[in-house]
Design a protein around this ligand. Structure first.
Ligand code: TAP
Length: 500
């Protein structure tokens, strides 16, 4: 069924058709004002099986996997153009479903367009390797082939961007996909996939099923016809997926949680560092895997620096997500809001000093909105839960250090390793520290930065894969080796040459 205007109503998108689910429906409300914004299928295992069957049949038929990569690239570039034409509508969906400020949502859609364009250009350059005279006369070729049917499981915080870190890359490689967006924010995945059809990407290449992860996500993990599962979400759910997939041989790619440190030295440009710390932690109301949720500040400047960060945090505008001036939107759900407030309480109990925030905020005109005030703790014990665990809300935990070695030890002191930031004017220090940090990304004098061509991912409990960049395409390709003997070959057993 085509989407409606005020409250959008969707079914699943399978094989290029809007397809009724065999399950129930679910309703999404804007967490910033409680209004109903969308109605979606709450799909069943039978729907997941149907989507996988279509993706499998489409892949095996070769209607996408055998299309010359340059032609796939052209279609991806066309898709990017169609997305650009619908950018405002997509931004409105993201703001309403996630409860994020419209300014940020517009930035996300720009990111989606750039990722899709980048994948178009990557597809132009898919090739394998040739090894001449690999042994005496022998010639070897290594082909790069699509891995097959990919299940893409997406979280709720950046529904469109994370979809676009997976789906266009899988398509460039020649794979077919079953997307399972988060139940709370499925709108952009459905719309982007509808726009792919409009751009001419064949039916059955992208299939979207909406509904609970514990049912359809679990089924995708178990399904023997899914060749790869690309998952972004929590470390806990990744473990469940590993167990569910254990009896299959699918490739599992995980992008998981984080507990980023922003390290500020006394030789940094402190005006810029204050901006960087605020942007790093409060961007997307703190519901960001790469958020710099721990401020590690050198003791020589700590009192003044924390005071400046806290003053500015208290001035951030919380509320109406459709107001261009709003900085901080709503928590994704009532349960999540409570979990953030519980972390605040645990911070207090651990002996940390609450400098600002720490409460739910009522906003006039956005009654019922799930808002938490930007929160800053100081003097946080590195063993405290607010230092160690991912809160996924607007909460900054500050700990002081004296030496470079202490800063490194504190930054590396959690199970996560996604992204850390360093603020210093010393190039030597930045490189020395950056090398010592356990993380997939290190920012120097910037925060939350990235680009389609730069790899993104984590180490440790933050995941095992890399999205974006050339590596983001390679995730969806497998090699096939052709070893060709030139001339007569004596393979009489036992071979004088033996096996290599
Ligand atoms: P999760 O609760 O882990 O959910 C992520 C996705 O997995 C959702 O689509 C969810 O479905 C689905 N899911 C739930 N149970 C499942 C199961 N048993 N089998 C298969 N799929 C299942 O995470 P979230 O709360 O949406 O997002 C927040 C987490 O994602 C944070 O930990 C954050 O750090 C992480 N994250 C990481 C990154 C990167 S790139 N590293 C980026 C963004 C977010 P439903 O929710 O619909 O039930």
């Amino acid at each position: 069924m085509a989407p409606e205007q005020a409250v959008r109503t969707y079914t699943n998108l399978i094989g290029g058709e809007w397809t009724e689910s065999t399950g129930q429906t679910s309703t999404r409300r804007n967490p910033a004002n409680g209004r109903v914004v969308g109605e979606y299928a709450s799909s069943s295992v039978a729907d997941a099986d149907r989507a996988v069957a279509v993706a499998r049949a489409t892949f095996d038929a070769g209607t996408w996997s055998h299309v010359p990569p340059i032609e796939r690239g052209r279609l991806l570039l066309r898709w990017a153009d169609v997305i650009r034409a619908h950018r405002e509508e997509l931004a409105q969906i993201e703001a309403a479903e996630v409860g994020k400020p419209i300014r940020l949502a517009r930035g996300d859609i720009q990111g989606i367009i750039e990722l899709t364009e980048y994948c178009g250009t990557l597809a132009f350059d898919i090739h394998g390797d040739v090894f001449d005279r690999v042994a005496s006369e022998d010639l070897a070729m290594v082909l790069r082939e699509p891995i097959g049917v990919v299940a893409a499981i997406v979280p709720w915080n950046f529904p469109g961007l994370i979809y676009s870190q997976k789906v266009p890359f899988a398509l460039a490689a020649g794979c077919t996909v079953v997307v399972k967006p988060a139940e709370l924010t499925p709108g952009t995945a459905l719309e982007l996939s509808r726009l792919a059809l409009e751009a001419g990407i064949p039916a059955g290449v992208i299939n979207v099923i909406t509904g609970p992860g514990s049912v359809i996500g679990q089924r995708l993990a178990e399904h023997p016809d899914v060749d790869m599962l690309s998952f972004t979400g929590s470390t806990a759910v990744a473990k469940t997926i590993q167990r569910a997939a254990a009896h299959t041989h699918k490739h599992l790619a995980f992008e998981l949680g984080g507990k980023g440190a922003t390290i500020v030295f006394d030789d940094a440009n402190l005006d810029e560092a204050v901006d960087g710390v605020l942007f790093g932690v409060f961007f997307n109301q703190g519901e960001t895997c790469i958020a710099g949720t721990r401020l590690l500040v050198q003791d020589t400047i700590a009192d003044e620096f924390v005071a400046r960060v806290s003053r500015r945090a208290a001035e951030l505008r919380v509320g109406d997500v459709f107001d261009d001036e709003t900085d901080i939107g709503a928590m994704i759900s009532e349960g999540h809001l409570q979990s953030v407030l519980d972390y605040v309480e645990s911070g207090r109990e651990s002996g940390a000093r609450l400098v600002t925030g720490g409460t739910r905020v009522a906003v006039a005109g956005a009654e019922g909105g799930l808002f938490v005030a930007p929160t800053v703790f100081d003097h946080v014990d590195p063993e405290a839960r607010i230092f160690q665990e991912e809160i996924f809300g607007p909460v900054l935990a500050t700990t002081r250090f004296h030496t470079d070695a202490e800063a490194i030890e504190l930054a590396n002191k959690t199970v996560y390793g996604l992204a850390h930031g360093i603020w210093t004017s010393s190039v030597d220090r930045a490189i020395r520290l950056g090398r010592a940090l356990r993380a997939g990304t290190v920012w120097v004098n910037t925060a939350n930065d990235g680009a389609p061509q730069l790899p993104f991912g984590g180490v440790g409990a933050s995941g095992n894969s890399r999205e974006k960049g050339r590596g983001g395409l390679d995730e969806f390709l497998v090699s096939k080796t052709f070893h060709i003997h030139v001339g007569r070959r004596n393979l009489a057993y036992p071979s004088p040459e033996g096996l290599r």
